[in-house]
Design a protein around this ligand. Structure first.
Ligand code: N01
Length: 538
């Protein structure tokens, strides 16, 4: 590991990378392979990003392991063996550590360090980054691999500091084991995180109280162990699979279809939905093509899933409260579970429907809702993130002519491809908020973005150029394209982090590219093929 300079004198490097998640790890590797002096800065004590922080019970990826892994190294693909179809957090973190060891990445990272500002020096064509440890780094290029889900958000409930029991945040889970045996545990939040915690903690806790404001749709994950025979096949065919992933809208291997819902007669639709439910995972989205644009088709699938909830949950009142209504299915990130709904059939698990019985405050002893106080020994927040833009707006980023990122993004994030921005020369983001970001496989996007940035830097070096940024026109054109694709999407009809609606005062809107990974990659490639015709260089 490199030591930070603590005396404040600037240290000159070639490239600064912020973040040691999958994006930042690959960026550091790629640029180092290009012979660059690259320094990575990471707030956590080690690699892994969101998988470093999210150690909560039940944490698991809802993309298959074959998809949710790096494709850039055929050697690592052969050396690493996944044990489950959907890997759990400890295994994913182990994988990140394996990659870091194998590629000796840690020597380029400064851990336990936060960037506090990044300012463009126009005269010297350098980014000047300061850290909370007092270090000053200067580099011609800065890469923000800060991740879409890295700034945890507490619930807006009075009294958080008053609680005298044990308080846990899913997104900053302690490194030690937490024993729920015999404890009265409360969980606030029923998104992907809350669902994973509830199904895991329900059987362990003395009593579990779930404070649900908005129910999520969740589908059976149907996870399984991977047999040695399958793993051998997977390893043999990785190359073809990676090639297919690049052509896939999800950036993964999930099948896609062009079949609209109403192209099938009712009995065959029903059969297809039953099949999708039985298959598990996100099969529904590969079964019908128009679920995100046809409201009636969407409602039919939502109704089918609500029917399943009614079949699984014994108590009719609880079942009714768990059935999501008033927003389209898949407009909120679809969750995958293992016996989540079944958890509510346990006598020790209680659902508090905060739509009918709102939370008033957190007290010393627990949570007070309109109906009374619920005493708790432990309280868990699974209340999400200031997502997509939060991490980049958490510190001062200042571009050309003193333009701040906060000012540029005051009405929502704007960039070209989610990667580069007019007014911010030589600053790049991976999995930025105007690319597919949270809507496709984040590792595939990260690799695409890092490779694209690396090609651009190589182009500049070949031509002896020192600064680059997209023109305002091409950025505006991209944002118009993003908005046009977003306009018919049902994603806009739910109040979620996808549209910024979970954070008070944040500009709302669907700013991610909904056209799918394959089209996004093509757009990136077209820019490179044009020799960056719509970029301006110094
Ligand atoms: O966060 P969320 P998350 N009172 O924003 C509730 C990824 N992920 O951490 O909707 C009561 O989805 C809030 O209620 P409401 C995945 O991309 C992936 O769960 O605002 N409730 C909501 O229920 C996911 O989408 C995996 O009414 C309050 C919840 O908190 C993303 O991370 C696993 C409240 C927040 O849900 C974020 O998921 C985990 C309040 N005051 C996460 N404030 C997998 O790969 C908030 N809530 C499987």
């Amino acid at each position: 590991m490199v030591d930070a300079n603590e005396n404040g004198s600037a240290e000159r490097v070639d490239i600064i990378v912020v973040g040691a998640g999958f994006g930042g790890m690959y960026a550091v590797y790629k640029f180092r392979e290009m012979g660059k002096n690259v320094v990575g800065i990471e707030a956590g004590s080690d690699v892994g990003g969101v998988w470093y922080w999210n150690r909560y019970p039940g944490a698991r990826c809802d993309l298959m392991s074959v998809d949710y892994s790096y494709g850039f190294s055929p050697e690592i693909e052969q050396e690493w063996t996944w044990s489950e179809q959907f890997a759990a957090q400890p295994e994913i973190l182990e994988y990140a550590n394996f990659v870091a060891d194998r590629l000796d990445l840690r020597k380029n990272f400064r851990f336990d360090t936060r960037v506090t500002s990044a300012i463009w020096d126009e005269e010297r064509k350098l980014w000047v980054a300061k850290t909370d440890g007092g270090a000053v780094l200067e580099a011609p290029y800065a890469i923000m691999s800060t991740g879409p889900l890295s700034i945890p958000k507490d619930p807006d409930i009075p009294g958080i500091d008053r609680f005298k029991g044990e308080l846990y945040r899913a997104q900053k889970w302690p490194h030690h084991e937490v024993d729920f045996t015999g404890k009265r545990v409360g969980v606030i939040g029923t998104g992907s995180t809350g669902i994973q915690i509830i199904q895991e903690v329900g059987p362990q806790a003395g009593e579990l109280f779930v404070f649900q404001r908005t129910p999520s749709f969740t589908l059976p994950m149907r996870n399984r162990d991977l047999s040695p025979e399958y793993v051998a096949e997977m390893k043999k065919h990785y190359r073809q699979m990676r090639a297919a992933m690049k052509m896939n809208p999800t950036g993964g291997t999930r099948p896609v279809t062009s079949r609209p819902f109403y192209s099938l007669p009712p009995d065959q639709r029903e059969e297809a939905m039953e099949q999708a439910w039985q298959n598990g995972g996100h099969t529904f989205l590969g079964t019908f093509a128009d679920l995100m644009v046809n409201e009636e088709a969407n409602e039919a699938v939502a109704d089918f899933v609500r029917g399943k909830i009614g079949e699984i949950v014994d108590d009719p009142k609880t079942a009714e409260a768990l059935k999501p209504r008033g927003y389209p299915i898949f407009a909120r990130r679809p969750c995958l579970d293992t016996e989540y709904y079944e958890t509510y059939n346990r006598p020790n698990v209680h659902l508090i429907n905060c739509k009918e019985d709102p939370i008033l405050e957190i007290t010393e002893k627990g949570i007070r809702t309109e109906s009374g106080e619920h005493e708790l020994d432990m309280l868990i927040f699974a209340t999400g993130y200031d997502a997509l833009t939060g991490a980049l707006l958490a510190f001062d980023v200042v571009g050309r002519d003193g333009l701040t990122l906060k000012e540029k993004w005051k009405d929502g994030p704007r960039s070209h491809l989610g990667i580069a921005m007019a007014g911010f020369p030589n600053l790049f983001a991976t999995t930025g908020p105007n690319g597919p970001a949270a809507l496709a496989n984040i590792i595939t996007i990260s690799e695409n973005d890092v490779d694209w940035i690396a090609d651009l830097i190589t182009y500049m070096e070949d031509k002896n150029l020192s600064a680059v940024e997209p023109t305002q026109e091409v950025e505006d054109a991209w944002m118009d394209h993003v908005a046009a694709l977003a306009a018919p999407s049902l994603i806009r009809k739910a109040n979620t982090w996808w549209v910024g609606a979970n954070v008070k005062g944040k500009p709302t809107g669907l700013t991610m590219f909904v056209g799918g990974f394959a089209k996004y990659r093509e757009a990136c490639e077209a820019v490179a093929a044009s020799k960056y015709a719509d970029y301006s260089f110094d």
